[in-house]
Design a protein around this ligand. Structure first.
Ligand code: TPP
Ligand code: MG
Length: 418
């Protein structure tokens, strides 16, 4: 809410500001001596991994060229996805609790870790034995997540441009190939997910992959924190033209629709897709009216798992029987229609492809309510699950049995264990 006094509202304004309010960005890179020192370590090492973050925006080609020179797999953070995942034969995906086995091992098992514009928070995913070299434009990021051997300040593009001529071509590709192969195997397995028939339930991952198939090649995606964000990060291919947005630094629930509204306002004519959780969507339902009032044709899909899914997972991982996580949802397709939007609601896999195409083709704002499989877990890479979480899951299973929820446990096992 912005309150403007009447005299200010009546004052004449000039489109051009009489003075510059923004400082121009400088080009910053480490000194020649520091670059020589970094190059010396990289040139005498093998088993090098690059871990790259959002600081690599605009430096895709330089990161890929560095990976090629060093025969290094490239893992990326969630915020680095849009800038590094596409057209990158060295990509091994994300590490962390929402990442995969290839990214996890490439970062943890390397001899030298080259951190580029990455500020990933969780120290348990950093290697303890490796030599870590960190380059970041923000000096406060250097060494704040994990001790590093060398920390240098610089724009990633400018720094790599100056570093590349100092780097010798590495020939041994054993380390690289092992991790890239593992990643490609995992990607192929994820892409191969099918449904058992037209009446089958729809999983959140399957829904995301169908949206990935039909969305515009330069679509903007905004997801609610929760499972929708995880599926977006794992299953939306950006191709360098799409962008993905979520509350990745702060972890705020229900950010999807608000972000989508803002994105559509500043990028009129571009397809904007909100991947909403049922909990998140219900929380900000009033803003559905904004789509109509402001004529913002965003496309919203509601992943209705009937619960605050992420919180339930956290409770289960802590060995608790979930409480206050179930949601009693209305038909959000009908709610949308009552509010003046296009709406539809589906629950069977056989209806999905057509429903997604019809929903995306709407000229105005549109809500597609999809009942998704309520038991699909966000599975971290198998060797990675913290022992407490495994024990927690087992304790949950035992407690759920005691509380007469044996069916729940069975369903969870069947749906999540390959
Ligand atoms: C403002 C706020 N409240 C609570 C949380 C904790 N939280 C994280 S995810 C989540 C559940 C989200 O439920 P839903 O939108 O249905 O997504 P799901 O995980 O079920 O896919 C909650 C309550 C948070 N991150 N931010
Ligand atoms: Mg939910």
């Amino acid at each position: 809410m912005l309150v403007v006094p009447a005299d200010v509202a009546n004052a004449a304004s000039h489109d051009e500001a009489p003075y510059a309010v923004h400082a121009r960005r400088p080009l910053i890179r480490p000194s020649d001596a520091d670059l020589d020192e970094i190059a010396a370590i990289l040139n005498k090492s093998d088993g090098i991994t690059i871990y790259a973050g959002a600081g690599c925006a605009g430096a895709h080609d330089e990161v890929v060229a560095t990976a090629a020179r060093l025969m290094a797999p490239v893992a990326h953070t969630s915020r680095g996805k849009d800038f590094l995942e596409y057209d990158n034969p060295y990509n091994v995906g994300m590490t962390g609790i929402i990442g995969g086995g290839a990214g996890y091992h490439a970062v943890l098992d390397c001899n030298v870790l080259l951190l580029l514009g990455a500020d990933f928070a969780w120290s348990q995913f950093y290697p303890n034995r490796a030599t870590i070299i960190q380059i970041d434009i923000d000096p406060t990021h250097i060494g704040r997540r994990h001790p590093v051997a060398i920390g240098a300040v610089g724009n990633i593009k400018a720094t790599l441009e100056a570093l590349l001529p100092r780097l010798e071509q590495h020939e041994d590709d054993g380390f690289l190939v092992a991790h890239v192969k593992r990643f490609q195997k995992d990607v192929a397995a994820a892409k191969a997910e099918t449904v058992s028939g037209p009446d089958a339930a729809i999983s959140g991952t399957y829904l995301t992959k169908v949206i990935n198939k039909y969305a515009a090649e330069d679509a903007l995606f905004a997801a609610d924190d929760g499972t929708a964000t995880v599926w977006m990060l794992r299953h939306i291919d950006t191709g360098g033209k799409r962008r993905t947005f979520a509350s990745l630094l702060h972890g705020t629930m229900a950010g999807g629709m608000a972000s989508a509204l803002g994105l559509q306002k500043c990028q009129p004519g571009r397809q904007v897709i909100c991947l909403a959780g049922d909990g998140g969507f219900a929380m900000l339902l009033g803003d559905l009216l904004t789509t109509v009032q402001e004529n913002l044709p965003i496309k919203i899909v509601v992943y209705d798992n009937g619960k605050l899914g992420f919180v339930e997972i956290e409770q289960k991982a802590a060995g608790l029987v979930p409480v206050y996580t179930d949601l009693k949802n209305p038909d959000f397709g009908e709610v949308a229609k009552a509010m003046g939007l296009w709406g539809d609601s589906i629950s069977k896999a056989g209806d999905l492809e057509e429903a997604v195409q019809t929903w995306l083709a709407q000229p105005g704002p549109a809500v597609l309510h999809v009942k998704v499989n309520p038991m699909q877990l966000v599975m971290p890479p198998s060797p990675l699950v913290a022992p407490e979480a495994v024990v927690g899951m087992a304790v949950y299973s035992a407690r759920a049995m005691l509380h007469g929820k044996g069916h729940d446990v069975w369903e969870m096992m069947v749906e999540n264990i390959p």
